[in-house]
Design a protein around this ligand. Structure first.
Ligand SMILES: [Zn+2]
Length: 224
């Protein structure tokens, strides 16, 4: 029985590595699949992991219809047993519905990977629809860590070194092209996310480089 499975986690928790491993395992069993991704850090038409592995992939644009695309592949004679869908938080809700339809009506397994919430702690529309429709939602067990050592559960956006909680939902990180600002992302535990205390702010607030402000009194929750 085909399934729609959503593997979710924060950034840095190994989602893309697992996506590559999943593809490898199914291929090794003689199954045939297609890999999709969107806005991968390594560029278009590639799925890459932080461990340095990468593979060619189909880039998902907003206009892509998964149903039409897969039917086209199938009618051209390609067998399709499964889809690997990375960065699914960036897909539209309609695309997630198309994926569910492929599972139900064509018996294709869909393994989707994505971040659930954005830098404001709000669900991405694609992830929300995935949580609503998936047969299984699996939270990845490789834990990303906050600078304080606690489990990181939140994705913070850092602009020119300072954490921000307002702005457009999708801004690809590490891209400085065309602008003077550097946008980065950092995973934090909830208490440091709420206190807007990313690692650079923690270093700045420390009385010496050896003493980071683990004491929460030193980093109160900012007023809204
Ligand atoms: Zn922390």
């Amino acid at each position: 029985m085909a399934e729609l499975v959503f593997f979710s986690g924060t950034m840095d928790c190994g989602k893309s590595t697992l996506a590559l491993q999943m593809d490898h395992n199914h291929r090794a069993r003689g199954r045939s699949g297609i890999i999709y991704t969107k806005l991968d850090r390594a560029g278009t038409d590639v799925l890459s992991s932080r461990l340095g592995l990468s593979t060619p992939a189909h880039e998902v644009g907003d206009e892509l219809d998964f149903w039409d695309a897969v039917v086209e592949h199938a009618t051209s004679g390609l067998r399709i047993d499964y889809l690997i869908c990375d960065e699914v938080q960036f897909y539209t809700p309609a695309q997630v519905e198309q994926l569910a339809r492929l599972v139900d009506e064509m018996g294709i397994d869909v393994f989707a990977f994505g971040i659930t919430a954005d830098f404001r702690t709000q669900l991405f529309p694609g992830s929300r629809r995935m949580i609503e429709l998936a047969d299984k939602v699996q939270v990845l067990q490789v834990e990303a860590l906050c600078w304080c050592g606690r489990r990181a559960t939140h994705n913070a956006r850092v602009v020119d070194g300072a954490m921000v909680v307002e702005g457009e939902q999708v801004v690809v990180g590490d891209t400085k092209a065309g602008t003077e600002t550097l946008v980065e992302y950092e995973v934090l535990c909830r208490r440091h996310f709420m206190r807007r205390m990313n690692s650079a702010a923690a270093r700045a607030a420390a009385s010496s480089p050896d003493v980071l402000p683990f004491d929460l009194d030193l980093c109160p929750v900012p007023p809204c």
